[in-house]
Design a protein around this ligand. Structure first.
Ligand SMILES: *[C@@H]1O[C@H](CO)[C@@H](O)[C@H](O)[C@H]1NC(C)=O
Length: 395
């Protein structure tokens, strides 16, 4: 809600550094030298001084406070102050970075050095195996690629994953699980940005403007987070100009000399491109008496890539992202069967703490349309809107 954003005077950076100097009446750092825990005292003093200076520069104060005392920040967020929605000009961000790392250099902030980043791979693995249904390929590939990428100190390039499959198969869900396990605030984190093609870039005539905004938003996010996640939903509807503008961001990353680790960036592209090809291949394999879990990546990905490259009604397959191999992995999401829809219904009841019966799960699963006409094997909407449907079946 931009209209609620407070417009406060910006403190020029040199003044910010003055905050670090003792205020009149504040204890001199030297006074603490005799104490055994000398380093702690000026810190407590700093917190007080920052509080005192809050009236001068509430924005800096709020942002620093969010970084180093996240629990204070959460309280303020609940109170509706919307602090995380504020953005600082680039220079201000850099000063905030310096101030934060200076503070964190002698005070443990978080294991990762940045409390906003949680990188909980145990949680990710458990979520992908317990809460995601029927996607053994995506489950495996997402976990290994993301974990592998984030554990390399100098990856040198962004990680770009492209999710393909029918709607309701779990592409958005996996994106959310990633955000939730890699960032303390999940999709709301200021290190995570989601773009929906038809919502954020609807009008072809404003494409130049969108391009500029997108590029600067990516840069800005990378400036104040050393690990960022960008999600592009409906990627098949992204304008060719935007796809070209993304190219350089996927290809290389500018190293930051004041950090030992290079910045990490993950791009997710979600689309239903190639969904029909995936479904046809899965149907063939199942009809050849294979089991779903035996399906291997190389039985799907070559056809998937071929269809993407040949698709004429979208710019994605012809963009530099695909042509210059900037997409690291194409990840197929398989069409969901009756038993998977049942599991989604069960999860929906459980997540709302509601009781359910086996009969209700069957009834909900039967409400979906199954394709193809003869086999009636795959839910045409996957698990989409299952959570709304459970309301009709409350005992
Ligand atoms: C990681 O996620 C798991 C499962 O959600 C949770 O139990 C665990 O506490 C998390 N670990 C950390 C360090 O947050």
């Amino acid at each position: 809600m931009p209209c609620l954003r407070l417009r406060l005077p910006l403190l020029p950076p040199p003044l910010l550094l003055l905050l670090l100097l003792p205020l009149p009446g504040a204890p001199e750092p030297g006074d603490d030298a005799s104490q055994p825990d000398g380093a702690q005292e000026p810190l407590r003093g700093l917190r007080e001084r920052l509080r005192a200076a809050a009236a001068l520069s509430r924005r800096y104060w709020a942002l620093l406070r969010c970084r180093v005392w996240p629990e204070d920040c959460e309280r303020a967020e609940k109170a509706g102050a919307g602090l995380l929605g504020w953005s600082l000009p680039l220079l201000g961000q850099q000063y905030l970075d310096i101030l934060t790392s200076w503070y964190c250099s002698f005070q443990a902030c978080c294991n990762s050095g940045d409390c906003r980043i949680s990188n909980n791979f145990t949680g990710l693995e458990s979520d992908l195996s317990v809460r995601l249904h029927g996607q053994h390929l995506a489950r495996e590939l997402v976990l290994t690629t993301v974990k592998g990428y984030l554990e390399v100190p100098q990856p040198g390039k962004a990680l770009a994953l492209s999710f393909h499959g029918w709607s309701g198969t779990g592409k958005n869900f996996v994106a959310r699980l990633l955000a939730e396990n890699l960032y303390r605030d999940g999709l709301r984190s200021n290190c995570v940005k989601t773009f929906i093609a038809t919502l954020h870039f609807p009008h072809p005539k404003y494409m130049d403007l969108y391009e500029e905004k997108l590029t600067s938003e990516i840069k800005e996010t990378q400036e104040h987070c050393h690990q960022t996640l960008f999600i592009f939903d409906e990627a098949e509807k992204l304008h060719p100009g935007l796809l070209e503008a993304l190219g350089p961001h996927l290809a290389q990353q500018t190293p930051k000399n004041h950090r030992v680790e290079s910045p990490k960036t993950i791009f997710l592209f979600l689309s239903n491109l190639g969904g029909n090809t995936i479904n046809a291949a899965v149907l063939n394999l199942l009809q050849a008496r294979g089991t779903r879990e035996e399906i291997k990546l190389d039985q799907l990905v070559p056809q998937l890539q071929a269809e993407i490259a040949e698709s004429t009604d979208t710019g994605f397959g012809h963009s530099c992202l695909v042509k210059e191999n900037l997409i690291d992995f194409f990840i197929p999401f398989l069409p969901l069967e009756y038993r998977h829809v049942r599991l989604c219904a069960r999860d929906a009841f459980l997540s709302q703490g509601l009781p359910y019966t086996e009969a209700a799960l069957d009834q909900i699963a039967k409400m979906m349309v199954y394709l193809p006409k003869e086999e009636q094997l795959f839910s045409s909407q996957g698990c989409k809107s299952i959570s709304q449907r459970i309301n009709y079946f409350l005992p």
